[in-house]
Design a protein around this ligand. Structure first.
Ligand SMILES: Cc1ncc(COP(=O)(O)O)c(C=O)c1O
Length: 509
């Protein structure tokens, strides 16, 4: 098995190349029985390569005297590339990885876990599915930019001391804004407390492949790592990886595999799997050179953006002083727009209107762009820079804006587990009447997918104001039944009045 091989991708293309008779699912029959516009749009190859599992020649290849499993080989090559003992290909995104991670932890009979409060919504979904009770740990917050960074080892240590029965610690690195946590420090703390460190590295699939990039989570000692190569490495949307570390605490392969079975389709996409195999090969064989070129080009692009009045690109130097930040992801372009007098939302609208450019995220004070491995940064910049300059000319210069939307420092009070709140009797109430009530649904602005409200949290006026502001900004709201957030679903009064924590604990057991 060599790194320049892509065994699953190769088996799939060989199979399709034979033009086999298709008396199996999928019903599009390699495209011949698909909608005409669909066939034209997706092309013959996408249909021909879309095959079910357990196909002879794809999932089982018979050699002269042995039987090969191309998927197992592809996963083993991925494990070697990322430095894992075992890697699983996922087709339900990093979200599936987070669900599985929670279920893997819950199997030992665990009840409580320490979780970064700004975890992705899918981790919270995992807590609900697995019946875990989170003890939240707050990340450091950049008050000026209004964004949350990473959890420091000291904060994790305090949280684990306060929750000595916690069975694991869940953190995010890199963040949506490119801050990379001190994973080595966090792993050391988790291990002193005897628990595994689970890192949501959805945004860091490329980290092991470039010189001078921050250390990747597995290399830094994480025990279970969720990663999304579709974000930076060129695999198809929805593909992801789950990695088991080298010296895991209380976790083992069978436990993770069992958890994964619970959240996996029996019809995983062969296209997504094949794309993971190709993305891994490209990252291993060409990643270092491509990343070096991209880092140079992005440094240049950041400098050019700073020439546009009111704009400043946030780089590693700007993050170096932030506690708990060990590095900066160079593939993330975060532009601070506070000095421009307009919000990131307004900049995002102008870029769309004037140049048909979509950015990954617009927030009050920043816009965030994402670059993929091997992208021609100079070409992207040649479109982006004039568009930014045109947008600038449409914005009346106003004095510097202060941070009005910084994430809350204090963690809202969790008065029910997310699962209790999710399953309990519920009712919608006007947002103005929701102060003091217990949320029965999450409110998750998307992107970045970081929950403002979690099921089980007591709602206060500040957090409700943030929810309304997010809805007004036009960002998509996930989780809430009323995305306009004029109303919010809370636990029924009866449910709160009759809550018996002992009974609830039994119900969860
Ligand atoms: C930190 C983090 N984790 C998990 C996810 C979910 O990833 P996916 O969309 O691949 O399911 C995201 C999505 O943006 C994310 O930002």
């Amino acid at each position: 098995m060599t790194d320049d091989d892509a065994p699953y991708l190769r088996a799939l293309t060989r199979f399709a190349g034979r033009e086999p008779g298709r008396l199996t699912v999928p019903g599009h029959k390699g495209g011949t029985a698909a909608d005409g516009e669909q066939r034209l749009a997706l092309g013959p190859a996408a249909h021909a390569l879309d095959v079910p599992t357990l196909i002879d020649g794809v999932d089982v290849v018979r050699g002269d005297d042995d039987v090969l499993d191309p998927l197992a080989h592809a996963e083993a090559l991925a494990a070697r590339a990322w430095g894992a003992t075992r890697t699983w290909f996922l087709t339900g995104g990093a979200s599936q990885g987070n669900l599985a991670a929670c279920l893997a932890i819950a199997q030992g009979g665990a009840r409580r876990v320490v979780v970064q409060r700004t975890a992705h919504g899918s981790t919270i979904d995992g807590l609900i599915v697995a019946g875990l009770e989170p003890v939240f740990v707050a990340p450091e917050v950049d008050e000026r930019l209004g964004i949350a960074h990473c959890v420091t080892p000291a904060s994790l240590d305090r949280a684990l001391r306060d929750a000595p029965d916690a069975a694991a610690a869940f953190v995010v690195s890199p963040t949506y804004f490119g801050a990379v946590a001190d994973v080595a420090g966090l792993a050391a703390v988790a291990h002193v407390h005897g628990v595994p460190l689970i890192v949501d590295e959805a945004w860091g699939a490329h980290l092991p492949f470039g010189d001078g990039l921050p250390e990747a989570a597995l290399a830094a000692g994480a025990d279970l790592v969720v990663c999304s190569p579709h974000k930076h490495l060129g695999s198809l949307t929805g593909s992801a990886l789950l990695h088991l570390g080298r010296d895991v605490r209380g976790l083992d392969e069978e436990r993770v595999a069992r958890a994964l079975r619970l959240v996996s389709s029996t019809s995983p996409s062969s296209l997504l799997r094949a794309s993971l195999d190709g993305a891994r090969r490209r990252a291993v064989c060409h990643g270092p050179a491509l990343l070096a070129d991209m880092q140079r080009a992005l440094t240049d692009l950041r400098a050019r953006i700073a020439w546009i009045p009111g704009l400043r690109a946030v780089d590693g130097a700007a993050l170096a002083a932030v506690p708990g930040v060990a590095g900066h992801d160079p593939l993330r372009l975060v532009v601070d727009v506070r000095d421009s007098g307009a919000t990131g939302h307004a900049w995002g609208r102008l870029l769309r209107e004037l140049a048909d450019i979509e950015v990954e995220l617009c927030d009050e004070h920043v816009i965030v762009a994402v670059f993929g491995l091997g992208e021609d940064v100079a070409q992207t910049g040649a479109r982006l820079l004039p568009a930014l300059a045109r947008a600038r000319s449409r914005i009346a210069h106003r004095p510097r804006r202060g941070a009005t939307s910084s994430p809350p420092r204090a963690t809202p009070r969790l008065v029910r587990t997310p699962r209790e709140a999710f399953l309990g009797a519920r009712e919608p109430v006007a947002i103005a009447d929701a102060v003091g009530r217990v949320a029965a649904e999450p409110v998750i602005p998307y992107p970045p997918g970081i929950p403002l409200v979690l099921p089980g949290e007591e709602l206060d006026a500040l957090v409700l104001a943030r929810c309304r502001a997010a809805a007004r900004s036009g960002v998509a709201i996930r989780g809430a039944s009323d995305p306009s957030l004029r109303t919010i679903v809370v636990l029924a009064e009866d449910e709160v009045a009759h809550h018996d924590p002992a009974a609830a604990a039994v119900a969860l057991a």
